[in-house]
Each structure stands twice: as C-alpha cells, then as structure tokens.
Design a protein around this ligand. Structure first.
Ligand SMILES: NC(=O)c1ccc[n+]([C@@H]2O[C@H](COP(=O)([O-])OP(=O)(O)OC[C@H]3O[C@@H](n4cnc5c(N)ncnc54)[C@H](OP(=O)(O)O)[C@@H]3O)[C@@H](O)[C@H]2O)c1
Length: 260
C-alpha cells in the first residue's frame, strides 16, 4: 500500500470537524495511531468513535492559542502514547473582515493560534523526531498565501507569516530527516465554508447560495473540494514516500489559483 502510515503516531490539531477531522480519518485508515486535538471534548470523542479501531486513537482537549493547555495535552500524549512522528498544525481561520476594520487583538489571537502554537509544538515534538531521524510537520493554511482573499485581512496577513515560518523551519530541520510542508486548501465543504458564505451574504444583503455560486465561478473544476480530498494531500506529505519533499506549499484548489 502506498502512503502506509503504520507504526507512526500523528497529532492532528483541529480534528473535531472539517479538514482536520477528515485528516484524522485518512491517517487512521492508512494505519497511523492518531491523537485528535481541539477544544470541544464531545465533538472530538464523536470523531474518534468514527475512526477504524477507535480504541487505538486518543483525544486531547486544548486551545492551541494557550501554551499551558498545549503543555497539559502534550504531557497526556507522552504518558499514554509516546512520541509523535507526524504533526498537523491546524485550527479555525481568523475572523473575516477588511484589514482596516481589524482590531489589534484579532492579530494577537491569530499570532498565538497560528504561529506561537506551531513554534511551541515544534520545540516540544522535534527532539524525539530528531532522535528517530524521521518527522513530518504539515501546516494547513490557505491559498491566500498565493493570492490574498478579499475580506480576510487578518487571515491573509497571518497565513503569509505561517508560510515564511514553515519555509524557515523546513531549512532548519531538513538535515534531521524532518520535512515541513504546507497544504493550501481552496474552497472546501466544511462548517467554516458554510459560515463564511452566510457572513458574506449578510454583508451584501444576498443569500448564501448566491455567494457560493459566485465562488464556484472562480474554480475551473466547477465544484468545491471535499475535506477528504485535502486530507489525501496530507496523507501523501505525511508518508515515508514523501521523504524528499520539504518546504513546499501544495495547493488543493481545483485549479483556482492562476499563477504557474
Ligand atoms: N474550508 C475551506 O474552504 C478552507 C479554505 C482555505 C483554508 N481553510 C483553512 O483550513 C483550516 C481548517 O479549515 P476547516 O474548514 O476545516 O475549519 P473548521 O471547520 O472551522 O474546523 C476547525 C477545527 O479547528 C478546531 N479549532 C479551532 N480553533 C481552535 C483552537 N484555538 N484550538 C484548538 N482547536 C481549534 C475546531 O474545533 P474546536 O472549535 O472544538 O476547537 C475544528 O476542529 C482553517 O485554518 C481554515 O481557515 C479552509
């Protein structure tokens, strides 16, 4: 089987719904033992129960923007499961809105959630990866890294910072058998997409359906991604076969981004 993850432990952040949940499912199907992390314990347990051999996997609750909660989660993982081989950095996207309307505290929260959390997790998890000379770090970001998306001012700014962070980290960790890559989802059918469509409709006195129709016009494949299609890209980058791929940002967007 290609992309066999048997024998690998994966920590998937933001795993209670959407792309993170689909990633946890795909990794579990490929043989990994998965730790599902998010803030809502009940939703996490539901997601874990739906995995193949659910007893093999575990849930930890933490708000990634809080280092004390991350430390408690890592302690639990270390005592119950051991070291992590695959880290998926993921959380909800920052609040929508224009840059000029953004408040400083939105940037501070986005920085803690998307940069400082990653730094904290990398500091704690890479020593054992270095020891094994194997590790995979994958960040779920957005196509806004390539092309800013209107009305996502904070997100556009922080995603670019994550891309710079990841490229730097990939160079630092490359000699240690650890790869660092980004997946850039395009429009993907998740709760977040539905919420963004409703927010845009409310702003423009339109309907969520017409917002979605306009978005679809930007996608050459004329459909949105299913979360599992994004998760498949993560499974590839997490695999042993992807050992020589590091520092890349992989679009999974149905051809939406025009740049070559
Ligand atoms: N869907 C799309 O079309 C699309 C397109 C481009 C980029 N993206 C990006 O891809 C990522 C995943 O998107 P999605 O659509 O799957 O999002 P989603 O449906 O909103 O799911 C987000 C997940 O992250 C968890 N989460 C949120 N904040 C957290 C925090 N502070 N600490 C820990 N867990 C947290 C949520 O669970 P809890 O609330 O229980 O914590 C949930 O499991 C986001 O960054 C999003 O912006 C999505």
């Amino acid at each position: 089987m290609l992309f066999d993850l048997t024998g690998l432990n994966a920590l998937v952040c933001g795993a209670s719904q959407g792309i993170g949940r689909a990633t946890a499912e795909t990794f579990a199907k490929q043989g990994a033992r998965v730790v599902l992390l998010a803030r809502n314990a009940e939703a996490l347990e539901k997601a874990r129960a739906a995995l193949p051999s659910p007893e093999k996997h575990m849930c930890v609750t933490a708000d990634v923007s809080r280092s004390d909660e991350l430390d408690a989660a890592l302690e639990k993982i270390s005592s119950q499961l051991g070291s992590i081989d695959i880290l998926v950095n993921n959380a909800g996207g920052p609040t929508a809105g224009t840059l000029l309307d953004a408040e400083a505290n939105s940037f501070e929260l986005a920085l803690r959630t998307h940069i400082l959390a990653q730094l904290h997790l990398c500091k704690k998890l890479t020593p054992s990866m270095k020891h094994k000379n194997f590790g995979r770090i994958i960040n779920i970001i957005s196509t806004s890294v390539r092309m800013p998306i209107p009305n996502l001012g904070v997100s556009n700014t922080i995603r670019a910072a994550v891309a710079g962070f990841a490229k730097t980290m990939s160079n630092e960790l490359a000699p240690c058998g650890i790869t660092v890559n980004n997946v850039l989802p395009g429009y993907t059918e998740t709760e977040r997409l539905a919420a963004l469509a409703h927010a845009a409709a409310a702003r423009n006195s339109s309907t969520a359906d017409s917002v979605r129709e306009n978005w679809l016009k930007q996608v050459p494949m004329n459909r949105f991604a299913q979360p599992e299609e994004v998760a498949a890209a993560l499974a590839f980058l997490a695999s042993r076969e992807a050992a020589y791929i590091t520092g890349v940002s992989l679009q999974v967007d149905g051809g939406r981004i025009g740049a070559i």
